[in-house]
Design a protein around this ligand. Structure first.
Ligand code: ATP
Ligand code: MG
Length: 267
């Protein structure tokens, strides 16, 4: 059997040589799949993506144990631009675009990492096909785009690079429910039509579980639950904690579990 496109094995990550954030994290993304990585604030989701895409050293972070394999070969410790050229591209949280460049220039700049040898014009047509709003605003400065349009541009920039695996960090953050739906629909279309595999970090668990094949729930630097997304959607604890059926907002998935165990002991 061929290895999954991405495999993360027992990853341990430390910042500033002192703060351990990932504590033996393992996950995999099969070729062609959308895989969701869920978890509350500070669980280590962004750190996981940065460890995969090689961006950790920029923040004085380090992989101290474990491995990251892309197409069966280790990429741990490789420089981020080389990883991008291999076809693995991260769209950062918070829509990192160039505010003083136009939409079109933002897309052109991204083409340096292109791996498929295609023409820039073809790439632009592809991006505008998925994001017609960007075509309308192609000569506008990035900084003047709305939040949703900036998110589209951030994803569009990744598309220009011709990736085989996209790491998306909270693409729905701060978007209206309608725009949120649009972004998820486009992510699904990119996955199906462009055959781009996707590791999706999201706080919007409902949407992420709706479009993904498999999901991992991260707490405190470790996976506490994983399974086919369809099954997780049915899981009572996941519903209670992540899908909004619990009054009073989010605690920790573990808290729900521990609370339930205590309840059982007391009864
Ligand atoms: N550069 C850094 N230096 C030190 N600690 C960091 C650094 N970046 C993140 N951390 C810490 O690592 C932990 C995990 O952070 P991370 O950003 O990976 O979480 P997250 O799951 O993406 O959270 P959120 O949902 O809020 O984006 C947090 O406790 C955070 O404070
Ligand atoms: Mg994050």
């Amino acid at each position: 059997m061929s290895p999954p496109l991405l495999r993360v094995n027992n990853l341990e990550v430390v910042y500033h040589h002192t703060v351990q954030v990932l504590k033996g994290l393992s996950l995999s993304v099969p070729e062609g799949a959308i895989v969701a990585l869920l978890g509350s604030n500070g669980a280590g989701k962004t750190t996981t993506l940065k460890a995969i895409s090689g961006l950790l050293p920029l923040e004085d972070g380090e992989i101290v144990d474990g491995d990251v394999e892309f197409r069966g070969a280790s990429i741990a410790g490789k420089l981020p631009h080389r990883i991008a050229r291999d076809g693995l591209f991260q769209v950062m949280e918070g829509r990192r675009i160039f505010e003083h460049l136009t939409v079109e220039e933002n897309l052109e700049v991204a083409s340096y990492a292109r791996t498929d040898g295609s023409d820039l014009g073809d790439s632009l047509r592809k991006v505008f096909h998925y994001f017609p709003r960007l075509r309308e605003r192609r000569r506008q400065l990035g900084g003047y785009l709305s939040g949703g349009e900036q998110q589209m541009l951030a994803i569009g920039r990744a598309l220009v690079a011709g990736p085989s695996l996209l790491l998306l960090d909270e693409p729905s953050l701060g978007l209206s429910p309608l725009l949120c739906q649009e972004i998820f629909r486009i992510i699904e279309a990119i996955n199906k039509d462009e055959k781009v595999s996707i590791l999706l970090v999201e706080q919007n668990a409902r949407m992420a579980l709706a479009i993904s094949r498999h999901a991992y729930i991260l707490e405190n630097g470790k996976v506490v639950l994983d399974g086919p997304s369809e099954r997780l959607r049915e899981d009572r604890d996941v519903q209670e904690f992540y899908l909004g059926s619990r009054a009073g907002g989010r605690g920790s998935y573990r808290d729900v579990k521990h609370y339930k165990r205590r309840k059982r002991w007391l009864s």
